[in-house]
Design a protein around this ligand. Structure first.
Ligand SMILES: [Zn+2]
Length: 314
């Protein structure tokens, strides 16, 4: 029997950092521990890191966990908790039956009938903002993360949309006019991530002839602030690409709210204004009033979303 005070384990496996938390029934994080992700060492090392952090959180003699929710880098088959594909950062990650391996490694720490739910980290992030953050109370939302890469989670009718090939919401690879000169991490040219991500913004800046001493998107934003015309153009082009993609995505799913998270929006008005202008230029009249809001949960979002998914699977 599950007592009122039981907790789930929430896990966020990112490319550089793994965070693990205990969460209560309202997905409130009670304690959080984190460590570097040993992504290059393979799945066994990543799972061992998760278990090590979990043991730090769980006092000896604690009741078994009521569930486990995991958000991880990579494309995930949620129905089996298996990694479908991933970037090269994670050695041997594709094919890893992560749900089974974490359950086995936790042993008696998790209730035998408790769910172990695995989903993509952007989907977990989206679930967090949808249930407890900037999209709380909405019945549908498009939650987009714009950072070193670009990702999105689609929530419709209160539920995450996963897609027939586990890649619903992969807004990174939407065809994007004006990005034809830039190669996307998927190998193709002209996709949103190639210009709209932080890395894409910087590459676009260099392509325009910008100062090679500027090292990244943060540098582009700083140069734009001092009036560098190429930096201003690269920043505006990058933000506009995101705004146009949002207009396209909103046309397809008509979300009640759009939420934008990640590091790039932190650039501020210099990013938000061209992004909003591009959305307004492309979105049809009925969509013009769609709220586009910044995320509010930060690093807590994927953990709270993972926790929510574990509770909802019970
Ligand atoms: Zn692509």
């Amino acid at each position: 029997m599950i007592a009122e005070n039981d907790v789930v384990l929430a896990v966020d496996i990112g490319g550089t950092k793994t965070a693990v938390a205990l969460a209560d029934r309202d997905d409130v994080l009670l304690r959080v521990e984190s460590a570097p992700t040993p992504a290059a060492l393979g799945p066994a090392a990543v799972v061992a890191t998760v278990i090590g952090l979990a043991r730090r959180l769980l006092p000896s003699g604690a009741r078994p966990l009521a569930g486990v929710g995991i958000g991880t880098a990579g494309v995930v088959d949620v129905s089996t908790g298996t990694i479908v594909s991933a970037t090269d950062t994670f050695a041997d990650w594709p094919g890893t039956p992560l749900a089974d391996e974490v359950r086995r490694a936790l042993g008696a720490l998790v209730d035998a009938h408790a769910p172990v739910v695995v989903q993509n980290d952007v989907d977990a992030h989206a679930a967090g903002e949808f249930r407890h953050g900037a999209a709380a109370g909405a019945s549908s939302a498009l939650i987009v993360a714009v950072g070193t890469g670009v990702g999105a989670g689609v929530m419709l009718g209160g539920e995450a949309v996963r897609g027939a090939h586990h890649v619903a919401g992969e807004i990174a690879h939407m065809p994007t006019p004006g990005a034809e000169h830039l190669r996307c991490p998927c190998g193709r040219r002209g996709h949103l991530e190639a210009v709209g991500s932080g890395i894409g913004m910087h590459r676009h800046f260099l392509h325009l002839g910008g100062d090679p001493a500027v090292r990244d998107a943060r540098g582009v934003a700083a140069a734009a602030e001092t009036g560098d015309p190429l930096a201003r153009r690269a920043l505006a082009d990058s933000a506009s690409a995101v705004g146009r993609a949002l207009a396209g995505a909103a046309t397809l799913i008509d979300p009640e709210r759009i939420v934008i998270t990640g590091g790039v929006p932190n650039i501020g008005d210099a990013w938000w204004e061209p992004m909003r202008r591009a959305f307004a230029a492309d979105a049809i009249d009925r969509l013009q009033s769609t709220p586009i809001l910044p995320g509010v949960l930060g690093d807590e979002a994927p953990l709270r979303g993972a926790a929510a998914s574990a509770w909802r699977a019970r």
